[in-house]
Design a protein around this ligand. Structure first.
Ligand code: PXL
Length: 267
């Protein structure tokens, strides 16, 4: 285990999403995981009931401490919530030694809570996304970033949205089609070509943490030196296995199973 990955994201008490999902994914992908926690979300399988956002000084102290002695190959961001935090984190990341920056533009929790303030979208687009190697929005997040009123609902619209999102300045755009009605297909755009990643749709409600884990697996594979196309392929397989063998703990939406690839392999 040589590659080092830092997640800057929120803690999700239930253990399925956020920092918890990121660290579990890093471990499964055999990279060294670190965390700078931006918020505490006291969630369970039915609600994200308590959301406590950290001051930027708290996040900065963690970020600096993690980098100081261990260093970092790849940074991944998740729930950042506020304009102030995004502005601050973007400043640090300009001088960050990481070779890749994965920006997962987390906006709402599985239970519908707001994990990104409305007034933070502009600074996310203007300051953080231009620093990103890849952004990984789902259909909802892609629509919000593009100020779209209508829902992105098929692969052609995903391609169009990816082209537009590419203009914001990341090297790659991955739009995740998990919310499409018929297919579980994701579209990767590098500014010139599209690549497609498709798996059979899994019929389960227990998908908490799927997005966080997908972005974290991409971060881990990039940190180990994979190409972007290979990293996304491996991450998609990882998340498909995690959803296929999801855990039904709780009384609502349960967790994706981070150990699924290790225990059951991928198909
Ligand atoms: O799944 C999105 C997500 C990301 N980050 C944190 C969360 C959640 C959902 O609950 O709590 C911290």
């Amino acid at each position: 285990m040589k590659a080092r990955v830092l997640s800057i994201a929120g803690s999700a008490a239930q253990g399925s999403a956020g920092i918890q999902a990121d660290l579990k994914t890093f471990q499964e992908c055999d990279v060294y995981g670190m965390a700078a926690i931006t918020a505490f979300v006291a969630n369970n399988s039915k609600t994200e009931q308590g959301i406590f956002i950290h001051d930027k000084e708290i996040v900065r102290a963690q970020y600096e401490a993690a980098l100081e002695h261990v260093g970092v190959d790849t940074v991944k961001t998740g729930m950042l919530f506020s304009k102030e935090l995004i502005e601050e984190i973007s400043t640090w990341l300009q001088d960050c030694p990481a070779k890749q920056i994965i920006v997962d533009p987390v906006m709402i929790g599985k239970m519908g809570s707001q994990l990104l303030a409305d007034d933070a979208i502009a600074v996310l687009k203007e300051k953080l996304i231009p620093l990103a190697t890849i952004i990984t929005p789902n259909l909802y997040e892609a629509g919000k970033l593009l100020n779209r009123e209508t829902i992105i609902g098929n692969v052609e619209e995903m391609e169009e949205a990816a082209k537009e999102l590419f203009q914001l300045g990341s090297n790659y755009v991955l739009i995740k089609g998990g919310a499409l009605e018929d297919r579980a297909i994701d579209v990767l755009f590098d500014g010139a070509r599209f690549a497609y990643y498709e798996k059979p749709r899994v019929n389960t409600i227990h998908t908490s943490g799927a997005g966080c884990s997908y972005a974290s697996a991409i971060a881990a594979e990039l940190a180990k030196g994979r190409t972007m196309e290979k990293a996304v392929e491996l991450a998609k397989n990882f998340v498909h296995a995690a959803i296929s063998h999801a855990l039904s703990f709780g009384r609502g939406v349960g967790s994706t199973n981070h150990a699924a690839r290790r225990n059951y392999g991928v198909d």
